[in-house]
Design a protein around this ligand. Structure first.
Ligand SMILES: NC(=O)c1ccc[n+]([C@@H]2O[C@H](COP(=O)([O-])OP(=O)(O)OC[C@H]3O[C@@H](n4cnc5c(N)ncnc54)[C@H](O)[C@@H]3O)[C@@H](O)[C@H]2O)c1
Length: 100
């Protein structure tokens, strides 16, 4: 994967998520933002519009449709187990938890 532009998706658009979005969007030679996800419609709509990417209310749907190489989870550890569950068998998916 060296040299490739990584496709990244972000789950959780509360306090931390949009900070990561700004960083990812600013590193265009390294990353391409392919989707954002939050179960709160107002956060989802605002960030999808601001960063010009598809927004998803469900993480599983985003993984299926956006097919990211890497997912940044900016949710609480309690919510992560639910979000991450069922995809641990996917070798292409790297999960990173901010602040945990
Ligand atoms: N806020 C900070 O300054 C800070 C600093 C360091 C670390 N952290 C860590 O970062 C993580 C996120 O913190 P935060 O302050 O952004 O939290 P937050 O509560 O503001 O945001 C979390 C967002 O995730 C969404 N969410 C939760 N479960 C979801 C799911 N299953 N699918 C889709 N969306 C879901 C919520 O709707 C919410 O918008 C936490 O683990 C926290 O400990 C936060």
């Amino acid at each position: 994967m060296r040299g490739d532009i990584l496709k990244i998706a972000v789950v959780g658009l509360g306090n931390r998520g949009p900070q990561h979005l700004c960083t990812i969007a600013g590193l265009k030679d390294l990353y391409r933002l392919v989707g954002v996800c939050d179960m709160a419609p107002e956060k989802l709509e605002a960030n999808a519009e601001k960063f010009g990417v598809p927004g998803y209310g469900d993480a599983e749907e985003m993984l299926d449709k956006a097919k990211p190489d890497l997912v940044v989870f900016t949710v609480s550890p309690r919510d992560l187990s639910e979000t991450e569950g069922g995809r641990s068998d996917d070798p292409e998916l790297v999960c990173r938890v901010a602040g945990v």
